[in-house]
Write a new protein. Structure first.
Length: 553
């Protein structure tokens, strides 16, 4: 048995189809000055053909999978349309005398390397988008046909060194039972697409292309990342049965998705979705989200060289407010800094960025930036039910300062006669241990708390949430965390405000039950986890869970 990273849940077993990449060796030669225009024309044609491919992919994915998934390829189109990229390639051809394929290799390769070197796992994965596009443009330049994936009509498990997002979008879920790749991570576009296509997948599986060839048998577990090469007939059958049971269970969960989440003994829990952009609202509603419990507003600030102005932010927040049609939406103010860098906001390099100038600390330092965002949120609040939440609050003083800036933004809008929701609720994200400890001091200022358990755990155990080596410390069920959460809930109750949890633990059934047992009233999670959690809530009893955590504590 070997092990990779679980990227898309489910089980698969069967014969392997080993995807052999057509070797793309880039011819490199210098060209005479009078040959440059010819190379440039060839390149422009290759770019146009590539764009046509991407447009066709967008349409196909939009029809077969969904608009949210096709948006991945909109970003490919934007890259191909980027005039600076074309200028850079032209410069390599005209000024440096390189043939077109070499120039493409250089320029796309540079962007690929730039993203691959980043720490943020999401941004790091963007390298694969450039790799994907580089191959596409080179194929058109060199006249090499794409590997045929659509025409695979036997049930197989696809094994590849790497699978580009474009490859994945061409897979037919009817025939592709599973995917195993040697490289890649859970936030790669390939992994996201596999989850949405509901194809079980394991990525980052070491040496897998050396271990398996076309026709070999394999079994994979997309929930744990386990891969069995050359399984016995009994193992093969066991995995096929697991997949059938998994499917049946998912159908049962889906049946609970649209119902209101109420425990068998009558306790109502609001089940909400975490989103990172307006494009995710549709999927959130389809999975049964009753609210947006966390809108990570950073998306507007990443991967671009200019700051979004008030209008652009307003449009994005209003879109979410309108699409949620009166259901609550919690917009978290900017959580930039730490590992999340916005190119338009150059920050000083810090020795400990996670303990440095991030989130509310940065917003209080750069007040104009903060005011712009708050004005945009307030204006959008006129179009739906928005709530404002401040991230990384550590002290009472930070909270009162943040609220003062909010009052300033409100006063300006009133003066300008711009409508906004005067009753807009505010909340504190409880994700720094000090905030949990002084929750009684913070509660009187706000309408709710939302516990960011991802960071709360990281900071409580002083263990980097991304560092596998200290992963053993990252334990949401540890009494240290449960006690902190319990205390937050008690202080909130004493002041008559409600508490939600928007960290990953909210979407894990055993922890969701413990949180409800402690008195948490709202759980917000990745949309696809909602049906399962709602199902568990409706099957269980609050009083039993309360008793269980009481004993555990
Ligand atoms: C958290 O810290 O739990 C959280 C939800 O925020 P993020 O994961 O964006 O830091
Ligand atoms: Mg956080």
């Amino acid at each position: 048995m070997t092990k990779g990273i679980a990227a898309s849940p489910g089980y698969a077993a069967g014969p392997v189809f080993r995807l052999q990449e057509a070797e793309l060796t880039t011819p490199r030669h210098t060209i005479a000055a009078d040959g440059a225009e010819q190379e440039w024309t060839a390149l422009q044609e290759a770019l146009e053909r590539s764009k046509a491919d991407v447009r066709a992919t967008i349409q196909r994915v939009a029809e077969q999978v969904g608009a949210e998934e096709s948006a991945i390829f909109e970003s490919h189109l934007m890259i191909l349309d980027d005039p600076t990229l074309a200028d850079d390639i032209r410069a390599e051809i005209v000024a440096n005398g390189k043939n077109a394929a070499w120039a493409v290799d250089e320029v796309f390769g540079k962007h690929e390397a730039l993203f691959a070197a980043l720490d943020d796992p999401y941004l790091k994965e963007r390298a694969s988008d450039f790799r994907d596009l580089k191959k596409r443009v080179l194929r058109h330049l060199l006249g090499i046909a794409e590997a045929t994936l659509e025409s695979l009509n036997e049930a197989v498990v696809l094994v590849a060194y790497d699978l580009t997002p474009s490859d994945t979008a061409r897979l037919n879920p009817q025939t592709i039972k599973g995917i195993i790749t040697e490289i890649g991570g859970t936030t790669s576009h390939t992994a996201i697409l596999a989850r949405n296509l509901q194809i079980p997948a394991v990525v980052g599986c070491p040496e897998i292309t050396k271990l398996l060839a076309t026709g070999d048998l394999v079994a994979l577990d997309g929930c744990s990342g386990e891969v069995i090469c050359h399984p016995t007939p009994a193992q093969l059958q066991a995995y096929q049965e697991k997949q059938a049971a998994f499917r049946a269970e998912k159908e049962r969960w889906q049946a609970s998705a649209k119902a209101l989440a109420v425990t068998a003994d009558g306790r109502r829990i609001e089940v909400a979705a975490n989103i990172g952009s307006p494009a995710e609202v549709k999927a959130a509603l389809e999975h049964g989200a009753e609210a947006i419990g966390l809108f990570r507003s950073e998306f507007l600030f990443l991967e671009r060289d200019t700051l979004p102005d008030e209008e652009e932010q307003f449009a994005a927040y209003r879109q979410v407010a309108a699409e949620m049609a009166g259901r609550p939406v919690i917009i978290r103010t900017l959580d930039i800094g730490g590992d999340k860098q916005a190119p338009a906001l150059p920050l000083e390099k810090e020795l400990n960025p996670f303990l440095g100038l991030r989130a509310i600390r940065l917003c209080l330092e750069q007040k104009a930036l903060f005011l712009t965002q708050l004005r945009a949120i307030l204006r959008a609040s006129h179009y739906g039910k928005l709530r404002i939440m401040f991230p990384m609050i550590a002290t009472e003083a930070e909270l009162t300062q943040a609220l003062a800036v909010l009052e300033e933004a409100k006063a300006a809008l009133r003066r300008e006669g711009v409508p906004f929701d005067e009753q807009i609720e505010t909340g504190v994200m409880i994700e720094v241990p000090s905030a949990a400890i002084i929750a009684d001091k913070l509660a009187p200022y706000v309408d709710f708390f939302s516990i960011g358990s991802n960071d709360l755990i990281q900071y409580t155990f002083a263990a980097d949430r991304m560092n596998q080596k200290v992963g053993y410390l990252y334990d949401p069920g540890h009494p240290a965390i449960l006690r902190l959460i319990k205390q937050v809930v008690e202080h909130a109750a004493a002041h008559g405000i409600w508490v939600g949890v928007c960290g990953e633990m909210a979407g894990v059934p055993e922890f969701a039950k413990a949180l409800i047992g402690m008195g948490v009233q709202e759980l917000s999670m990745t949309a696809s986890l909602i049906p399962r959690i709602k199902h568990e809530i409706m099957q269980g009893r609050y009083r039993e869970w309360a008793e269980q955590v009481r004993q555990a504590l």
